[in-house]
Design a protein around this ligand. Structure first.
Ligand code: ADP
Ligand code: MG
Length: 393
């Protein structure tokens, strides 16, 4: 089989686990597995591009997961269904620049940085029902599934927060995406039936129950993200530049008033717009937290719509597909709120929908999105789920 960099996402989105992991193990590994590990993907309800600005975010771990079986071995032998084997990874001397192998090596290096020694070589198989490259954080799920397995096998006694930290080091220092800590914290520390309000400065978080009767819906445009990594890092740099101009450590501490004054003094217009998104988005997350606790659906809907529009107009990370999807959702029966989720540039929208109206909602979105000449989307319900888990056999 030729290893593929990305999944065939159109089919993959609707995919369920095809066979058992133990059958995969028998086909690809020797001996008996010693550890079973899994990590969820995540959606973000609101608070986009705020986590690398020390701001607020509101993600939830979801009931689609990356799972694996592992054992300590004298050679590296990992196989991920349906992508294929982790190529060219005999040891951790080098970090490949392409393919999923780089995530494995990145995790090993991050563990070395934090625990002063490389983890042992692993034999294992992975499977996932998470689409990859869709903004649902399949990369963090992969990293945290692996680190959790090493944690259990080597009895490192790492807390979920520490596992999140190591995965973040892997992604930023060794994969090269300058992301904040939201994805890793949500994937490691999520809780069933709850979303998470996270202050990414203190890294304190609170689990907030999702009111009964609300369905969480992922609306996958099945459109790959183009130039996502470089465009993402460019946004990070623009935010740094804005904070510097405003004399702040991060945009978390900036006010709209200060920003407007800087604009009058000649701040670059693009940098101004990026900062305006971050400052207003932080405020929306705080309001969303109250609205969710009060089950104020009207307010939740307004905030998510404003968030999407700010991401489109000020942050410039939406796409024609995401805009069409959000519009289709806003007009559909039973919709409480919808917006793009994750970094943008393609990928998914998330919607909060009255559970009893889900079927009508789905039908309506498919019909109105179908009017555009875009690829067929994938629409699925998810539950808010627990974070990563690993068990020794
Ligand atoms: P996202 O995290 O939004 O899904 P990324 O581009 O950050 O998108 O990460 C996607 C990459 O992560 C894939 O191209 C692949 O290299 C790797 N990946 C994710 N899940 C798996 C998996 N189950 N098995 C192997 N590689 C995976
Ligand atoms: Mg990712």
């Amino acid at each position: 089989m030729i290893p593929r960099e990305t999944f065939d996402r159109g089919r993959y989105s609707n995919r369920v686990f095809s066979g058992s992991l133990s059958a995969l193990w028998k086909q690809n590994c020797s001996g008996e597995f010693e550890c079973e590990s899994s990590a969820p993907g995540r959606i973000n309800l609101i608070g986009e591009h705020t986590d690398y600005n020390q701001g607020f975010v509101f993600p939830a771990a979801i009931s689609r997961r990356t799972r694996g079986l592992f054992r300590i071995s004298t050679r590296m032998n990992l196989y991920s269904n349906p992508i294929g084997p982790a190529a060219n990874l005999q040891n951790f001397d080098n970090i490949p620049t392409r393919g999923w192998t780089r995530y494995v090596a990145a995790c090993a290096h991050a563990i070395r940085d934090e625990l002063n020694a490389f983890p042992p070589l692993l034999e294992g198989v992975l499977d996932s029902d998470l689409p990859s490259g869709s903004g649902l954080s399949s990369s963090a799920a992969l990293e945290i599934c692996l680190i959790s397995a090493w944690n259990a096998l080597c009895k490192f006694n790492l807390t979920p927060e520490k596992i999140a930290e190591i995965a973040w080091i892997a992604e930023t220092r060794y994969v090269g995406v300058n992301c904040g800590k939201m994805d890793q914290l949500a994937v490691a520390c999520g809780k069933r039936a709850h979303a998470m309000f996270i202050d990414t400065r203190s890294l304190q978080f609170e689990h907030v129950p999702i009111p009964a009767g609300i369905a969480l819906v992922v609306l996958d445009t099945c459109k790959s993200r183009a130039l996502a990594a470089s465009a993402y890092n460019e946004r990070v740099a623009q935010c740094r530049s804005a904070a510097e101009t405003l004399g702040k450590t991060s945009l978390r501490d900036a006010t709209l008033h200060e920003l407007e004054s800087a604009r009058k003094r000649g701040m670059d217009e693009t940098v101004y717009k990026r900062a305006r998104h971050v400052i207003t988005e932080n405020e929306r997350v705080l309001q969303f937290r109250v609205a969710l606790q009060e089950a104020d659906f009207k307010k939740i809907g307004e905030l998510c719509r404003q968030s999407h529009e700010s991401l489109r107009n000020d942050y410039n990370v939406s796409s024609p597909e995401l805009d069409a999807m959000a519009r289709s959702a806003w007009n559909a029966p039973g919709c409480i709120a919808a917006r793009l989720t994750g970094a943008g540039f393609g990928g998914c929208c998330v919607a909060l929908v009255h559970s009893d109206k889900f079927k009508n909602f789905e039908r309506s979105v498919k019909a109105s999105y179908g009017m555009y000449a875009f690829p067929v989307p994938a629409i699925w319900r998810v539950d808010a789920d627990d974070g990563a888990k690993a068990f020794l056999r």
